[in-house]
Write a new protein. Sequence first.
Length: 351
Amino acid sequence: MLHSLTLRNFTAFVDAEFKFSSGLNVIVGENGAGKTHILKAAYSCCSVGTKGSKELISPNPTKSYFQTYLALKFLAVFKPDELGHLVNREQRGRQRCEVKCALSPPGRELVFSLHTASKSEITVEKVPSTWFKKPPVYLPTNELLTIYPGFASLYDTAHLPFDETWRDTCVLLGAPLAKVQQEKTVKYLLKPLEEAMGGSLVLGSSGRFYLVVDGVNMEMHLVAEGLRKLAMIARLVATGSLADKGILFWDEPEANLNPKFVKIVARTILSLCQSGIQVFIASHSLFLLRELDILLHNEDFKGVEARFFGLHRSETGVRVEPGNTVDGIGNIDALDEELMQSDRYMEVEAR
């Protein structure tokens, strides 16, 4: 479980600390406030910490390993020309930024820094005592099922204008189905998703995904985008990536979805938390936030821990205001605008 993330002079954050819940964590803010940067920084740290375990680089984490692969991961995920461009640029002169990522149980802490002059170098001050066990999952705002065929192999051999989270997720989408011992959890999570999709997802021998409806294979290009987003989650559940612990980062899950699908997504997110997945989402959708709040008060999800973080721009960088509800994170203009539009609409109807 990701316990906390501290960012000093990193992109828009001069001094920000996030203490996460074990269940749902929601980052709320305007466009450009740094919501995606938080998800990507945390994801990159967890991904590198898992990669070493998978490749058995050494029995225990080493500074040399993290210095090499953290630099490569941040370059691939954030896509800056130089790593030094990730240092907060509002302060003049040579500056240093520091990132601290702590996982539970205690002792699994990663601390590293870089300078404005850094091109592809990261300095690691502290490494976790053990490798991270399970690869995190990152879902970008776009669905990936329609670009899946050959995308990962093409990404590895050509320069593509996509960050590496797309490639990582495509690899997970192509993983084999979950083992028998995970079937109970998989079935519990899959059932509502397949009911919403009206069928089940399969990976064909051609390398393309299909939605099977009444025994007929429907190409994913012909399926509504909202259903394709649900299908991505269904596939990751079926492969076990989101069925037995683990961490999910989801950037604007409501993007390009109508309210009907947003309601299903909200319920799916909390079901994942209930099954032991730690979920991080970035959003400025009042509809999604309200739906999550409604469900969190529902008997079905009362045991799910939730934490909200409001991002507020200021002259000294983005300020973070945490809270246990969306009402406790300060005023977010994007949310207020939606509320004021509702008021204006009611006034017009009343006249």
